[in-house]
Ligand binder design. Structure first.
Ligand code: PEP
Ligand code: MG
Length: 753
């Protein structure tokens, strides 16, 4: 479009002048300005962000939205975050016909997807960015230099408005109100989407001790005795309330109570208080002493007692600190608040009641996040200080999409969250309808989608999704949920039940993958400097061969008369695979000799999650029946980037040439050798990442049940030939990430991501 620049500038300045002389508040003036700019420059959206402090920008005015109040003061960006934050830091305008291609672009809201073109102008005063204005259009459109210049001129006027006393007062008032309100609205990082509202249950497990040294020893001893008394009374009451009559259960509880009422234990804690420690620190010290003496003794009974002591110590400490764990949760909807959590911890709760999880620390690939995702539970993590802020039984709402936590939400917000939850249930119903449709791309290429299973709950997804089977059964999860190593018979029962639940579909059993962050409660781990690359997974099971043999025996028996697929995790060398495979074949031979039931066929595969194995592929493909890529671990090793370190969460992207080229190398070699190759890491469950995998040549993806519908929709709207061509170019890119390119490609080609 051609502009009469001078004329347009004149018109805009005239309009701005009229707005400036009106006797209205600065916020009203700002609204009038964005309306005028949008109108004169024929844009679809015009917004103004204001710097609230030197840390972030907040949306103060917007023109073009039907309900602007839904966005104003609700959208904010940190300096440096996204294109807007980038313009604020660089103090330079940014303009793009298709902003989704911009490497800095981050999508804040799904509704933004309809505005590809964008120009961002920083508002500068005294060499500082005090705000930003943006203009967007629904079509791809290159904003001309002349238009950018006009906006630059307007920017000077807006900077005036932002510098007025009236605006300063408004901002001050806002900040001071927030001082109170903000304590109740906290932002973190989203690890799992969705909305939830419920009663906070503070998950206390061995929290750091707040005060170590005591001031008044006598008072502290009294506190100990009072807390201990209440703890024992509560224990008694719980036994009665729960109407426990089962003999075995009562015996266990009695033994537990005996330990909790042990006079020697209490005396030792009191002695430590007398030496100057607080009751909490004393209880911890007594446990540590006991652990140091008893953990070296290989006696199951003593080990169990140590576990009990750990639990009793935690329980006593929670009574001492006033944050009591009430195992019998009456509430139907709960939000768990944790400092950090292991994957088994979630199972302490009735997960039908869990509506959300807030973790002070945490990263997307931490196992508890994976488990929560599988359960469709929203998770917000990395919220500084939240653990100390939220008290037990407070009402909390969690928005996993925007990574927001609302403490004591008002009536309106409560209503909104309940409505969102209903919408989500509705959405799940729609996904149900999808289940009867074939998993096939637009150009009629068949794709197989499987689900990852760990908890028995996951099996519910089989009829819901009508998936092609289980691409990854994390067998360690039942081990982690158990109080002791499950016997061969117990394991056989799990595996048989699983095989029965899936019918004729493919199931891939992964041998025990423990160590690193997946710890068995009944196993004493010696601390390691680098557990992720330490003694874990196949390294443990090859060294403790009896565990592997027993598990294999249970696999063979559980898959009686059916096809058994077994894969070994964390394999670094072919010889490790050979060793594990040999163990399996030997067990098979022994079982057959004994006349025990065996599978109809056995397929032996490998999890590819250690980079060294990629360089042994030529030989490996001749030895394996299938390969499954664990992209979670593979990414952490390829980028040398701890998957559990929150500081590194967004540092590297799997959607970047180095990682994707490596994946392509694996899939092409496997395809050439006729070896079944799949992805079972988190990548397979993220539609945009799954799209890239299709473009690389993958046709088998395994994901959490809750991601299945989204990925199936994506597959049905994609064209393999086109995405393959497009990916070829992207694989040469040296950008940090090709995610924006893929997102914009998906938009342009109506691929549902
Ligand atoms: C992986 O590493 O990608 C994987 C699927 O295994 P886990 O997440 O259980 O380590
Ligand atoms: Mg792994």
């Amino acid at each position: 479009m051609q502009f009469d620049t001078a004329n347009l500038t004149r018109k805009i300045l005239k309009s701005l002048k009229e707005i400036m002389v009106e006797n209205v508040s600065s916020t009203r003036r700002l609204k009038q300005i964005v309306d005028s700019l949008r109108d004169h420059l024929q844009a679809d959206l015009c917004s103004c962000y204001v710097a609230l402090d030197d840390d972030y920008l907040e949306l103060f005015a917007i023109s073009g939205l039907p309900n602007p109040e839904d966005a104003i003061h609700k959208v904010s960006l940190r300096y440096g975050e996204g294109v807007i934050g980038d313009a604020a830091i660089s103090k330079k305008p940014i303009s793009a016909a298709n902003i989704f291609n911009h490497p800095k672009y981050v999508i804040k809201n799904e509704d933004e997807k309809i505005y590809p073109s964008m120009v961002v102008i920083p508002l500068i005063r005294a060499n500082r960015t005090i705000g930003v204005i943006t203009l967007r259009k629904k079509v791809e459109y290159e904003f001309s230099e002349a238009e950018v210049e006009i906006l630059d001129t307007a920017a000077m006027v807006i900077a005036e408005v932002l510098s007025s006393d009236d605006m300063h007062d408004y901002k001050r008032k806002l900040i001071s109100e927030r001082g109170n309100a903000d304590k109740n609205n906290r932002k973190g990082s989203s690890l799992s989407n969705g909305y939830g509202i419920g009663t906070a249950i503070v998950h206390r497990r061995s929290q750091p001790i707040k005060n170590i040294f005591v001031e008044d020893k006598q008072k502290e001893i009294e506190k100990l005795s009072k807390s201990h008394k209440i703890m024992i009374e509560d224990l008694d009451r719980k036994i009665i309330d729960n109407n426990i009559t089962d003999k075995e259960q009562l015996e266990i509880l009695e033994a537990y109570k005996m330990l909790a009422t042990d006079k020697g234990w209490l005396r030792k804690i009191a002695d430590n208080i007398r030496s100057g420690l607080t009751a909490e620190a004393s209880a911890e010290r007594v446990y540590e002493d006991m652990w140091a003496r008893l953990s070296v003794i290989k006696d199951t009974y003593l080990k169990e007692r140590l576990h009990d002591l750990r639990d009793i110590t935690d329980r006593l400490r929670s009574y001492l600190s006033g944050d009591v764990i009430d195992e019998k949760i009456e509430e139907e909807d709960i939000i768990i608040i944790a400092k950090t959590m292991g994957p088994a911890d979630l199972m302490d709760y009735d997960y039908n009641k869990i509506r959300g999880l807030v973790i002070e620390e945490g990263t997307p690939t931490m196992h508890v996040a994976i488990v929560a995702k599988a359960l469709n539970i929203p998770v917000v993590a990395k919220v500084k200080g939240i653990f100390e802020t939220i008290k037990n039984k407070t009402l909390v709402a969690i928005d996993g999409n925007e990574a927001l936590i609302h403490i004591n939400p008002d009536a309106q917000l409560q209503k909104t969250f309940k409505k969102r939850r209903e919408e989500k249930i509705e959405e799940a119903k729609k996904l149900e309808e999808l289940k009867e449709l074939p998993i096939i791309t637009k150009d009629e290429v068949d794709v197989n989608l499987y689900i990852n299973v760990g908890l028995s709950f996951d099996l519910d997804y089989i009829p819901i999704t009508n998936c092609d089977g289980i691409g990854l059964y994390r067998t360690e999860i039942p081990f982690m949920a158990s109080n002791e190593m499950p016997s061969v018979d117990e394991q056989t029962t799990y595996y048989k039940e699983l095989m029965d639940a899936v019918g004729d579909r493919r199931v891939v059993f992964r041998s025990l993958d423990v160590g690193s962050d997946k710890l068995l409660p009944y196993w004493n781990y010696k601390g390691e400097e680098n557990p992720a690359i330490g003694w874990r997974s196949i390294r443990i099971t090859l060294d403790r061969r009896a565990i592997l043999r027993k598990q294999i025996r249970a696999f063979l028996r559980g898959a009686e008369g059916k096809v058994l697929n077994v894969m070994f995790p964390m394999i670094s060398t072919i010889s490790e695979f050979d060793d594990a495979k040999e163990t399996l074949l030997l067990e098979l031979e022994k079982e057959a000799k004994k006349g025990n039931p065996v599978p109809r066929d056995v397929k032996i595969g490998v999890m590819m999650e250690v980079p060294s194995l990629v360089f042994q592929l030529d030989e490996l493909v001749n030895k394996v029946d299938f390969v499954s890529i664990g992209t979670n671990d593979m990414a952490q090793f390829v980028f040398a980037c701890d998957r559990g370190n929150p500081k590194l969460t967004n540092r590297y992207d799997v959607l970047s040439a180095p990682f994707l080229n490596m994946l392509q190398l694996v899939v092409s070699k496997c395809n050439k050798a006729g070896v079944h190759c799949s992805v079972c890491g988190e990548m397979g469950g993220n539609p945009i990442e799954a799209l890239a995998l299709l473009g690389l040549g993958f046709r088998h993806l395994s994901m959490s049940g809750s991601s299945f519908g989204k990925v199936k929709k994506m597959v049905r709207s994609a064209n393999i030939e086109e995405i393959t061509d497009y990916m070829n170019d992207l694989l040469k890119s040296s950008r940090k990430s090709i995610r924006p390119q893929l997102i914009s490609y998906a938009h342009d080609h109506a691929i549902e991501i």
